[in-house]
Ligand binder design. Structure first.
Ligand code: RET
Length: 262
């Protein structure tokens, strides 16, 4: 359905630049997070490490996506000519399969539940996230609009479950967080919902008026922007929460109360 031969030369280059930008953002965010890891309290280092792992996995996949894009088509005498290999859309999905459960675990870790609660919530939300990605893939590579639509609907079921859990299910624990980080954690969970909501919308672009080359531009740059917000911007947010909590616990001395004066 998304045929690379329909791309103009500018559209082909624009997408190549978007992938390259994605790689730069993911790689540099990884370096920043891992270098800054020791500036947060030991309790939050796991969350910061995982955040860097998410952007590292993404950087690797953006590199593969760039290579695949190069092999799938090239510019010859001002025209886009397709190559021997198809553009591999599976790299994105494998990336999501690894990073989406990690992102959810990261959010759960920063909330500091009991060990049992952390495991339970990670399994439930991580499992739903994996199901959502697996159900989306057949539609992404489908030849017909009907198939794309069916898998969109199926994938939306676990997606809506995750949104419900983030907005309602985690509410109680968010309310129990110390005052100075409560609003940050609140924003973090809404940032997850808002940035994730972008993906099913991008998926629908070829069904709602984008055709030929512009459908490919809309989907590929749409996912790239969404990835940057969901992984890099979100990761830096998690890092900020960890830093705030570290400073706060340092002030209160005990590490448990946020409201004690230093
Ligand atoms: C798909 C298929 C269509 C329906 C839905 C989808 C949702 C994808 C999401 C992906 C999130 C990816 C993230 C990556 C960052 O690491 C698979 C496009 C609901 C929500 C956050």
């Amino acid at each position: 359905m998304l045929n690379l031969e329909t791309l103009s030369m500018d559209q082909y280059s624009f997408i190549a630049n978007a992938f390259s930008f994605g790689f730069a953002v993911m790689a540099s965010t990884t370096i920043f997070l891992w270098l800054m890891r020791s500036s947060v309290a030991p309790a939050y280092r796991m969350a910061v490490t995982i955040t860097g792992l998410v952007t590292a996995i993404a950087a690797y996949h953006y590199l593969q996506i760039m290579l695949s894009w190069d092999h799938a088509a090239s510019i010859q005498a001002g025209e886009v000519v397709t190559g021997d290999e198809p553009f591999n859309r599976a790299y994105r999905y494998v990336d999501w399969l690894l990073t989406v459960p990690l992102l959810l675990i990261e959010l759960i870790l920063v909330m500091k539940f009991t060990q049992q609660e952390t495991i339970n919530k990670s399994l439930k939300l991580g499992g739903a996230a994996a199901l959502m990605i697996i159900l989306g893939y057949p539609g992404e590579v489908a030849e017909t609009i009907g198939t794309r639509m069916i898998f969109w609907i199926l994938s939306m079921i676990p997606f809506l479950y995750i949104v419900y859990q983030l907005v309602i299910g985690l509410r109680e624990s968010i309310d129990k967080q110390p005052e100075n980080v409560k609003s940050l954690i609140n924003i973090a969970s809404y940032l997850v919902v808002a940035s994730w909501a972008f993906y099913p919308i991008v998926y629908l672009f070829p069904l709602v008026g984008f055709t030929g080359g512009s459908a490919i531009v809309a989907v590929e740059t749409g996912y790239t922007i969404a990835d940057i917000v969901a992984k890099a911007v979100f990761g830096l947010f998690i890092f900020t929460i960890a830093l705030r909590k570290t400073e706060d616990e340092g002030k209160s001395g005990s590490g448990t109360s946020a409201n004690k004066k230093a």
